[in-house]
Design a binder for this molecule. Structure first.
Ligand SMILES: *Cc1c(COP(=O)(O)O)cnc(C)c1O
Length: 327
């Protein structure tokens, strides 16, 4: 199976490092733990959206667009990376953020503004409606906007993670490593769809476990399967059924999206203090909390190797300061 990749722009620092977390592994008496540092993709504090944007921005430029529009939560890492990518190519950027205007300008919301993005608040409209309103307004002003869906999770975005799996399998081969499990935070599904399709293409045989951050497992499984299949078709691979390889764990939804609890707090502090690595409050803190819990429950043997795919997000930490330490 040879995918036909569309054009991409080179904005990520690749390959991202593959490191070992020996102190965390020892502390938990757990399996061998590796970490894939996609928090170090290099675009205005990095994160997983950068790989997706390499393909999305190339598509926008090929279509002659001069504005990127996307959407997310007020502390969206995807919005911040989109704003940075737009700046890099001299494109305008409009961000539609959830809900009513927030007055505390911190974390990603601060960075969005430093990066020159125009902020809109969806208010009572759906995010999609609000994006279409912004696009219509830009068109009347003579602009050509390119709309990127939530999380950049369409076939173009997911393609970034197909290619990431090629990168990982090359690293594993070069370092003679075998990985039994990949664990990471899954939300809009583009990362998981790309990894699962990439695993089929590049013969990665470990189990890929998406720790759901906000959706019930069955919903996320369904949307990831649909996106993985569509991405395979987009890459000229015909119709592949990948549903059986899509593994979602929704045991760690806690009180809901972006609500920091003991699971996230403990994971963030543990990884910071044992490895000097910063996780984020919304995604990777939750996914690592899940991994720590799975290790404690004995889900893995000491001889197995688990790779945690760090998807970024530490730029949001200041916005959650009062939930993370005593202040
Ligand atoms: C967006 C995001 C995710 C989830 O990736 P999806 O492709 O949307 O599933 C995970 N971690 C971080 C830090 C993110 O910003």
């Amino acid at each position: 199976m040879t995918p036909k990749y569309p054009d991409r722009v080179a904005i990520a620092h690749l390959p991202t490092p593959l490191e070992e977390m020996t102190r965390l592994s020892k502390h938990l008496s757990g399996p061998r733990l590796l970490i894939k540092r996609d928090d170090q993709t290099g675009l205005a504090t990095g994160g997983n959206k950068t790989r997706k944007l390499e393909f999305l921005v190339a598509d926008a430029l090929a279509q002659g667009c001069d504005y990127l529009i996307t959407t997310g939560a007020p502390q969206s890492n995807h919005c911040r990376q989109t704003a940075a990518a737009a700046a890099r190519f001299g494109l305008g950027c409009s961000l539609v953020l959830n809900g009513a205007e927030q007055t505390a300008v911190t974390g990603n919301l601060l960075l969005d503004q430093l990066l020159g993005a125009h902020l809109y608040w969806a208010g009572t409209r759906t995010r999609q409606e609000a994006m279409l309103d912004v696009a219509a307004e830009l068109r009347t002003m003579g602009h050509k906007p390119y709309i990127i869906p939530l999380g950049g999770s369409n076939v173009m975005g997911a393609t970034g993670y197909v290619k990431a799996m090629e990168e990982l399998t090359n690293q594993l081969q070069a370092e003679r490593l075998n990985v039994d499990f990949i664990v990471f935070a899954s939300s809009s599904g583009g990362t998981q769809a790309g990894l699962v399709l990439g695993a089929a293409i590049y013969d990665f045989h470990g189990q890929i476990i998406g720790v759901s951050v906000d959706h019930p497992a069955s919903d996320l499984q369904t949307s990831v399967a649909a996106l993985a299949t569509a991405t395979a078709t987009h890459l000229g691979l015909g119709t592949l059924s990948l549903a059986a390889r899509i593994d979602v764990n929704d045991d760690y939804l806690g009180e809901g999206y972006a609500i920091v609890g003991e699971t996230e707090r403990e994971a963030i502090q543990m990884v910071a203090q044992l490895e000097g690595i910063l996780l984020d409050p919304v995604y990777t803190g939750r996914a690592m909390g899940g991994l720590i819990d799975l290790i404690r429950w004995g889900a893995f043997t000491r001889g197995q190797t688990v790779l945690f795919w760090h998807t970024g997000g530490a730029a949001a930490l200041p916005a959650f300061a009062d939930k993370l330490v005593n202040i």
